[in-house]
Design a protein around this ligand. Structure first.
Ligand SMILES: [Zn+2]
Length: 234
């Protein structure tokens, strides 16, 4: 591990920097593998430096520390733009686009690259606790899609858990909808109400970035996310 990478973690990725012992070793190993094995590319003339790779890979290693890197196999390339980027028409696939619109912070494609805004990835890495994190969001889509369907249900250990998942997530979706409609608001932001896949991705952001907020607002969702992300029993 180049010493400069540890400096980057200390300065830019407090979620990883604060880890101790064996789990820190696991995350740093995964980070190094991601830096080495993913194909990193700059979009729009952006130069991908070691700092860029380390900041993004560290968050990704943190997110997948208990489920393993195999779940990310479909995302072979990570394309990084300086800021919110504009889609070029020829890159919009028929089925592959997760986000549409003219300007995006990030995108995940079926078996395709994940596209990220560096400005957002860095800012959110440096300031955890807001419940907003573009890296966690996009790679939640990648993990969601590992079973072949982007439906907001990630791989789960058994049929019982899948049954609970459907019940709990449907109830939570309706509750979050009502809270936003009534003006009370919720830790799960309104974008999550776009569809079940976005609900999973947005809730994943809160789960990793502001876990206490999710736990106190949606305890049953939190418990299932611990199972889905392999945190339960750790
Ligand atoms: Zn999304």
């Amino acid at each position: 591990m180049p010493p400069a990478w540890l400096d980057v973690l200390a300065a830019d990725v407090p979620l990883v920097e604060q880890l101790k012992g064996q789990i820190r070793g696991t995350v740093l190993d995964a980070m190094r593998i991601l830096v080495d094995e993913k194909f990193w590319e700059g979009g729009g003339g952006f130069e991908v430096t070691d700092r860029v790779r380390v900041v993004i890979a560290a968050q990704l290693a943190f997110q997948t520390r208990f489920i393993g890197l195999d779940r990310l196999a479909a995302a072979r390339s990570i394309i990084v733009y300086q800021g919110a980027y504009t889609q070029s028409q020829e890159r919009i696939g028929k089925d592959g686009v997760v986000h549409s619109g003219t300007s995006n912070l990030g995108e995940a494609w079926f078996n395709g690259p994940v596209v990220l805004s560096w400005d957002h990835a860095l800012r959110e890495a440096r300031r955890p606790g807001t419940g907003v994190n573009v890296v966690f969001h996009e790679f939640a889509h990648v993990v969601d899609a590992t079973d072949g369907v982007l439906d907001g249900t990630p791989p789960l250990p058994d049929a019982t858990t899948r049954g609970q998942w459907n019940e709990v997530m449907t109830a939570a979706f309706n509750q979050v909808q009502q809270r936003h409609a009534s003006g009370r608001g919720d830790v799960i932001r309104p974008y999550g109400l776009t569809n079940p896949a976005e609900f999973f991705a947005v809730t994943t952001e809160v789960f990793f970035d502001a876990p206490h907020a999710l736990r106190s607002a949606h305890r049953d969702v939190f418990d299932l996310f611990e199972i889905a992300w392999g945190v339960a029993g750790q």
